[in-house]
Design a protein around this ligand. Structure first.
Ligand SMILES: *[C@@H]1O[C@H](CO)[C@@H](O)[C@H](O)[C@H]1NC(C)=O
Ligand SMILES: *[C@@H]1O[C@H](CO)[C@@H](O)[C@H](O)[C@H]1NC(C)=O
Ligand SMILES: *[C@@H]1O[C@H](CO)[C@@H](O)[C@H](O)[C@H]1NC(C)=O
Length: 678
C-alpha cells in the first residue's frame, strides 16, 4: 500500500505555488497596490509644487528679498538675455542679500551714547564735574570717559593724549582717510559688519576730539558699492574725569544705567579706563564698556560691540606719552569675512520636512505587510496551506522574499522618482549609502512585521494599529526625537536606546539624509561623524534578533499558524520528533515521509467483509457497499498526484446509522459525494 505518489513536493514547487498565490492575491488588490505605489510619487510631486509655491510667494511678498540685478544684454525685442546680480547693482536694502566676496573696509568706530542720554550732573550722582543738564537740549553734551588708576598724575597725563589725533579735517576725502580720526556713532550694531549701520541712514558720525573748534562739521563722500553717500562728520568733545577708585566708577555706571520705569535720568558714559599699576615701564589697563548692546532682547543673536577702537585709543595715548605725539599705532579698518549670498530661494522644504514625509512614505509598507500576514491567519489560509503540505520554512522564506521584493520596488520607485524630479534629498547623497540604508531598513521592517503578526489575529485591529503606528511615529519623530537629535547635550546613549525602535532609526537616517542634502551630501566617510553609522549597526543587529524572536513566537504563541508548540520546543524537538509525527497521522508532514502504516484491524475486517459480500449472490440487504473506493487528483505544477480518498471499503446494512469522522482533508466529503452520485 505504500504509495510512490505520496512524495512531498520539492521546495521549489512549494515556493512556486506560494509565490503565484501571492501574485494572484496582489492582482486582486490591484487598486490598493496602485494607490500604495502612487503614494511616494504624490508626496514627491507635492513637495516640489509646495517648494515652487513657497519660493514664488516669498518673492512677491517681500520685494526686497533678493540682491539687486540689472540686465546687461538686452535683445532687439526688449527681452533680457543675460542679467547680472550683485552688490554693485543693489540698493542699500538689497545689499544684505548679496554675496560679498570682498567685504568693504570700515573705519573702527566707538560706541557713543545718544545725545539725550549722555552723562550730565544729576542729584543721584555726587559728582559735580559733569556738564550741566542744559547741554541735552542743544545736543552738545560731551562724550564722557571715566578714569582711575593707582597713580593719578600718571593717569591724567596719559588721558590728556586720548583722542588727540592732531589732524586737520581738510585732508579727509574718503572713507579710508577717516580711519585716522577717532570716529564714533550712536547707532546700534548688527550681528555682522558687512554694512556698518553708522553709514546707512541719516545719523551723523562723530569725530571725537578733546576740544572742538567752531564750525568743525564736514561731509565726506562715502562709497558703498554703487551708492555714494555724503556722510556728515560732526565734532564731539570728550570729557575725561578722574575718579578715586574703580568702585566709585562701578557705582556711577550702575546708577546711570537705564532703569525702565523710574523717573531717574539715564546717564551714559562712553567708556571707563582703569590704569591700574601702569607707569613708565608697564602698561596695564582695564576697560569698561557697555556690553548691553551685545544681546538685545528682540533677537538673541550676539551683536558686534565697538570696543577695538577703545583699546587702540588708549594704547595710542600711552605711546604718545612715552614717545611723543608724532608716534601712533594705526588702526586702518575693520572688515568682515566674505559673505555668501542670503536668499530666500534657498528655502528647502525637504531639508526640514524630508525626514517626516519620507518616514511616513516608507513606514506605509509596514501596515501593508502586517495586514497581509494577519489576513492569512484570520482566513485560516495559513493552516490550510500547512495541511496541504506547506512547511513553515518555505512559508517563511517565500513570504519574506515576496515582501522584500515588494518593499524594494516601492523604495526604488521613491528614490528613482525623487531623483528624477530633482529632489536634493535623494540627489545629493551617495546612492550606495542610500541603497544600504533602505536595504537594511526594509529588511528590519519585514522582520518587525512578522514579529507583530504573531500577536494579532484580526485584520481590522491590525489595520487601525498599523496606521496609528505610522502616523504616530512620524509626529513623535518630528516633534520630539528630532529635537533630541539636535540637542547636543542629550546623551548619545539615550538616542541609541530610542533608535532601537525601528521607526526612530528610520527617522534618524532620513533626518541625516535631509541634513546632509543641504551641504555636500552624505558619503561613506561621513558615517563616522553623523548618526548614520550607529543607525546602520543598530538596524542590522536588530534585524537578526527580531527575525529569530519572530520565528520563535510564530512557533510558540501564534494564533492561526497551526499547532502551538511547547515554549521549549527547540529542546524537545530532537527527542520527540517521531512521536510528534505519529500524533498527527492524517497530516502528511513534509520531510517525514509517512508510508501508510499497516492497516488497523478493524479496517481490514471491514475490507474482508466487503470482499466476502461481493462473492455472495445476493447482497441486497446492504444498500451501500464501497469496494476500494478511490479518488485521485492528478498532480499539477510538478506536484505528485493527490489522493483525496484512498481505497475506502465499506458495507452498510439496512437501517444502520453511519457517521464519518475525521480531520479536515481526510476525504469525508469526497467519499460521500462519490457515494451520492451512484
Ligand atoms: C606717578 O607717576 C609719575 C610720573 O607721571 C611718577 O613721577 C611718580 O613717581 C609716580 N608715583 C608713584 C607713587 O609711583
Ligand atoms: C548700554 O547700552 C544700552 C543700549 O544702547 C542702553 O540702553 C543702556 O542705557 C546703556 N547703559 C549704560 C550704563 O550706558
Ligand atoms: C595688571 O593689573 C592687575 C590687576 O591689578 C594685576 O593683577 C596684574 O598683576 C597687573 N599686571 C602687571 C603686568 O603689572
Amino acid at each position: 500500500m505504500a504509495n510512490s505518489s505520496q512524495e512531498t513536493s520539492s521546495f521549489m514547487t512549494q515556493a512556486n505555488a506560494l509565490f503565484r498565490k501571492n501574485l494572484i492575491f496582489q492582482k486582486r488588490n490591484i487598486k490598493t497596490n496602485i494607490r500604495l505605489v502612487m503614494f511616494p510619487i504624490i508626496v514627491c510631486s507635492l513637495t516640489v509644487i509646495l517648494q515652487i509655491f513657497v519660493t514664488k510667494n516669498l518673492k512677491s511678498i517681500n520685494k526686497l528679498e533678493s540682491c539687486g540685478c540689472v540686465c546687461i544684454n538686452e535683445n532687439a525685442d526688449g527681452n533680457c538675455e543675460k542679467t547680472e546680480c550683485g552688490i554693485q547693482h543693489s540698493t542699500l536694502e538689497q545689499m544684505p542679500y548679496c554675496s560679498i566676496p570682498s567685504p568693504p573696509r570700515w573705519p573702527a568706530l566707538l560706541q557713543i551714547p545718544s545725545p539725550e542720554f549722555r552723562a550730565v550732573r544729576t542729584n543721584f550722582t555726587p559728582f559735580t564735574d559733569l556738564p550741566d543738564e542744559s547741554c541735552r537740549n542743544s545736543g552738545a553734551c560731551p562724550a564722557t570717559l571715566l578714569l582711575t588708576g593707582l597713580n593719578q598724575s600718571f593717569g591724567i597725563s596719559l588721558a590728556a593724549n586720548l583722542f588727540a589725533s592732531g589732524l586737520d579735517r581738510k585732508s579727509f576725502d574718503n572713507l579710508d582717510s577717516l580711519s585716522n580720526l577717532y570716529l564714533g556713532s550712536d547707532t546700534s550694531t548688527g550681528t555682522t559688519g558687512f554694512l556698518e549701520p553708522a553709514f546707512i541712514g541719516n545719523s551723523p558720525i562723530y569725530n571725537i576730539q578733546p576740544q572742538c573748534a567752531p564750525n568743525s562739521t564736514f561731509f565726506v563722500p562715502v562709497q558703498i558699492a554703487s551708492v555714494t553717500i555724503q556722510q556728515e562728520v560732526q565734532c564731539l568733545g570728550s570729557l575725561h574725569l578722574w575718579r578715586q577708585s574703580s568702585s566709585m566708577i562701578k557705582d556711577e555706571i550702575f546708577k546711570g544705567y537705564q532703569d525702565g520705569n523710574s523717573e531717574r535720568k539715564i546717564n551714559e558714559i562712553v567708556a571707563a579706563f582703569d590704569f591700574l599699576n601702569s607707569d613708565k615701564n608697564n602698561f596695564n589697563v582695564s576697560i569698561w564698556y557697555n556690553s548691553t548692546v551685545k544681546n538685545d532682547d528682540e533677537d538673541s543673536d550676539n551683536k558686534l560691540v565697538r570696543v577695538p577702537r577703545l583699546v587702540n585709543a588708549v594704547s595710542n595715548a600711552y605711546l604718545q606719552l612715552m614717545k611723543g605725539t608724532d608716534v601712533r599705532m594705526l588702526f586702518d579698518f575693520v572688515k568682515e569675512m566674505p559673505k555668501p549670498a542670503k536668499s530666500v530661494f534657498s528655502v528647502d522644504i525637504l531639508s526640514d520636512l524630508g525626514a517626516l514625509l519620507f518616514t511616513w512614505v516608507i513606514l506605509q509598507l509596514f501596515p501593508v505587510i502586517l495586514e497581509s500576514l494577519v489576513y492569512e491567519k484570520q482566513q485560516k489560509l495559513r493552516i490550510m496551506m500547512k495541511m496541504h503540505g506547506l512547511g513553515d520554512g518555505p512559508y517563511w522564506i517565500i513570504s519574506y522574499a515576496y515582501f522584500f521584493f515588494m518593499s524594494f520596488t516601492y523604495v526604488l520607485c521613491l528614490v528613482v522618482f525623487g531623483s528624477a524630479i530633482g529632489l536634493k534629498f535623494f540627489r545629493m547623497n551617495d546612492f550606495s549609502v542610500q541603497f544600504v540604508f533602505y536595504f537594511v531598513y526594509i529588511n528590519l521592517q519585514i522582520a518587525f512585521a512578522f514579529l507583530m503578526a504573531t500577536s494579532f489575529s484580526n485584520v481590522k485591529t491590525v489595520t487601525v494599529m498599523g496606521h496609528m503606528y505610522v502616523l504616530g511615529s512620524g509626529i513623535i519623530g518630528a516633534a520630539l526625537f528630532q529635537k533630541l537629535v539636535q540637542d547636543h547635550s542629550f546623551p548619545r546613549l539615550g538616542l541609541v536606546l530610542l533608535e532601537i525602535f525601528p521607526c526612530f532609526s528610520l527617522y534618524r537616517g532620513l533626518y541625516e539624509f535631509g541634513y546632509s542634502s543641504t551641504t555636500d551630501g552624505m558619503l561613506w566617510k561621513d558615517l563616522r561623524r553623523n548618526g548614520m553609522g550607529e543607525v546602520l549597526i543598530i538596524m542590522v543587529v536588530e534585524w537578526f534578533i527580531v527575525l529569530l524572536i519572530a520565528y520563535y513566537f510564530d512557533q510558540v504563541v501564534s494564533i492561526g499558524s497551526g499547532v502551538r508548540k511547547h515554549p521549549l520546543f527547540f529542546l524537545t524537538n530532537f527527542q520527540k520528533k517521531p512521536s510528534l509525527t505519529s500524533s498527527q497521522p492524517s497530516l502528511h508532514r513534509r520531510g517525514s515521509r509517512v508510508s501508510v502504516p499497516m492497516e488497523k484491524p478493524d479496517v481490514s475486517l471491514e475490507r474482508e467483509k466487503v470482499e466476502q459480500l461481493l462473492l455472495e449472490p445476493d447482497f441486497s440487504y446492504y444498500p451501500i457497499i464501497c469496494d476500494n473506493l478511490k479518488k485521485m487528483y492528478p498532480g499539477k505544477d510538478g506536484n505528485p498526484d493527490k489522493f483525496a480518498v484512498r481505497g475506502l471499503s465499506l458495507a452498510l446494512s439496512r437501517g444502520e446509522c453511519f457517521g464519518m469522522l475525521g480531520p479536515n482533508g481526510a476525504g469525508k466529503t469526497s467519499s460521500i459525494n462519490m457515494v451520492r452520485t451512484f
